[in-house]
Ligand binder design. Sequence first.
Ligand SMILES: [Zn+2]
Length: 292
Amino acid sequence: MVTPVTLSQYSPYRHLTVTLPFEIFHFYSRPHSGCIPNRSHSGWRRHLSGILDNLSPDSKTDHKRYWRIATRYALFIGLYLITILIIMPPIAKKYGRVPLPFIETNHVRPLSIWTALLNRNYVRPELRAITYTAGDEMNRKYPGTVINYMDANFPFRDGFPLLPHISHNDGRKLDVAFHYIDKATGKHSNGNPSPIGYGGSEPPRKGEPDRPSLCISNWQYSYMYGWMPLSDKLAFDQSRTQDMINVFIKQKGIKTIYLEPHLKKRLHLTSKKIRLHACYSVRHDDHVHVQL
Ligand SMILES: [Zn+2]
């Protein structure tokens, strides 16, 4: 007795009919002379031969289809990489912008490679030089330390904001990650509790200015805070972060720095370059914003 069982239309094996109990599989998606159901137990060899006949063309077709899809993906990725690595930089140069590096250069690297892959890593040449200087200086003082950059600007067109950052629209702005310590070893880490740097806030402590509470009615101020999956293996490195901000402060080209008032107080920073940002901005206790 042969009982065909048709699989769900959503199953990847829907082209198979399972036949029980003695028949194994019967391929019926395409009518084929070799797959006429054999209802005799003694004809199982002929039936198996029909299965193999059917298996062959289907496998070849699937094989070709997968290769075609894989080739299209590879072509897209290749063209995309050529565009962002070879075509985009000379165009951006005409708009006075250069890319920050994809891989560690002068002790500067992207915290997330997606920042660079999505062209969110363009700045004015002066800002790149300052960032490299800061990277070198930090590495001299703390060997092995790198500066992790976050969002910068798009490659061209002034006035086109790098959302959600409204002001990152002219190549003059850059977000830089804080430094952290590995809790388990007590050593300096180049990691970040947040996968993208944003959202890993160091909130105000008792007695410190509490601007996040004052700006609570502006939803965008703390919208990255509280939901980002964060590593609990890292602790805020106050002294290295303080030193890094001081390195940026002493660069003549840097005119403005945004940092939450409670961290300005905690890190004993007094420079007038550190300014108060508006409540329609995002909070700056998970990164520091530097601009020309
Ligand atoms: Zn910023």
